[in-house]
Design a protein around this ligand. Structure first.
Ligand code: MN
Length: 367
């Protein structure tokens, strides 16, 4: 799930040396000094991605773990909550042999340093227990105020991917990544910025070019064009069959999905239908209802809209201008669940400004 949205601008916040704050305004050399000061002397570190992690989150976590081990000597593991479900993401971890473990296999009390990457403590899309404070947060999404209480927070700034930030850390620390790590970071930037076409900054391009000669192109090819399981095609079949077009919005109900990140993939895919301003997909996984939203209307903010719809329903939500996601706990009888879905979709359609009764099945839609 994409993460957060906050109107707070990081450059309004200064870092005054010691103690919590955000280091976002410092250069990466200075950031390293603070980071090492916080990390040194710890016994064991854990770097945690957001749940159902995407390549940007995984690559950043592996890179941070490497940086901490090499430069501070703190032994560090990388863990993720949820599942790695999309075929590209499974291939990403397998082909690059990335050392990541499910959070169910770790004991949090074994660690005296915990880092969150590509998410923040208050976002609600990660598996860090509330009783366990984060020591380090590195994230390219807009700053949430709670992150200012973390001993080391590098949040916000002008980056299309958290992987870009980690490339800057490695360069400042003069660490030469091996081809696997370089390929991971490269793919992390590529995926988050959709080939440098979406929410991309000069620093992303610079990191991408720095990584390019270090990437193993053969490994990259295996990640980007993986074999797909039969259930992938069945899911798409259902997605197209159930999709309805409401004026400039397309909405589909995926029912039960085999992986929550497929909801985002389908929302993205359907957003390419010509004439659409909005694309919404939803599906359930382990008694949670996942929503993913895309908009092509630059005046709209998908992150804000999805939060308005979902936060009052004890869910968590995040995202930015053009893409956002949310999850809401599902409970009650079959009928109650169906009613909740209908109510949510009605709420979304109203906010899209389209007429609910004008829905046309995608398979009958002729533009
Ligand atoms: Mn990211």
């Amino acid at each position: 799930m994409p993460t957060l949205d906050s109107p707070r601008s990081p450059d309004k916040l200064a870092y005054h040396g010691e103690g919590p704050g955000t280091v976002a305004r410092l250069n990466f050399r200075e950031k390293l000094e603070h980071l090492f000061r916080v990390a040194r002397g710890r016994k064991r570190g854990l770097v945690l991605t957001h749940d159902n992690p995407d390549p940007d989150s995984i690559a950043s976590a592996v890179a941070l773990s490497h940086l901490l081990q090499v430069r501070t000597g703190v032994e560090t593991d990388v863990a993720y909550g949820g599942i790695i479900g999309r075929a590209e993401n499974i291939a990403f971890v397998e082909v690059l042999k990335l050392p990541v473990i499910p959070v169910s296999q770790i004991v949090f009390n074994d660690y005296d340093l915990v880092a969150l990457v590509d998410t923040q403590p208050s976002v609600g899309n990660h598996s860090l227990p509330p009783s366990m404070p984060a020591t380090i947060v590195i994230d390219h999404h807009p700053l949430r105020d709670e992150s200012l209480r973390v001993p080391y927070a590098d949040v916000g700034g002008d980056f299309g991917a958290t992987s870009t930030m980690l490339v800057e850390y490695l360069r400042a620390a003069r660490i030469e990544p091996d081809p696997e790590l370089a390929t991971a970071l490269f793919y992390g930037i590529k995926a988050d910025t959709r080939d440098l076409g979406r929410q991309t900054t000069g620093t992303d391009v610079d990191s991408y070019l720095w990584l390019f000669p270090r990437v193993d192109k053969h490994l990259l090819e295996q990640i980007e064009h993986p074999e797909l399981p039969g259930r992938y095609f069945r899911l798409y079949h259902k997605a197209y069959e159930r999709a309805r077009v409401y004026g400039t919005a397309i909405v589909t109900d995926l029912g039960e999905v085999y992986s929550p990140d497929m909801v985002a993939e389908v929302a993205e895919r359907l957003s390419f239908l010509s004439g659409m301003k909005w694309s919404l997909a939803y599906g359930s996984y382990r008694s949670q209802l996942y929503f993913s939203l895309r908009t092509k209307d630059r005046r709209m903010n998908a992150g804000r809209l999805i939060r308005e719809v979902c936060l009052g329903r004890s869910g968590s939500a995040g995202g930015h201008g053009s893409m956002a996601g949310a999850r809401i706990p599902l409970w009650g009888t079959r009928a109650q669940r169906a009613a909740l879905k209908r109510e949510l979709v009605k709420d979304f359609l109203e906010r899209f400004g389209v007429k609910r009764e004008r829905g046309v099945p995608l398979l009958e839609y002729d533009d």
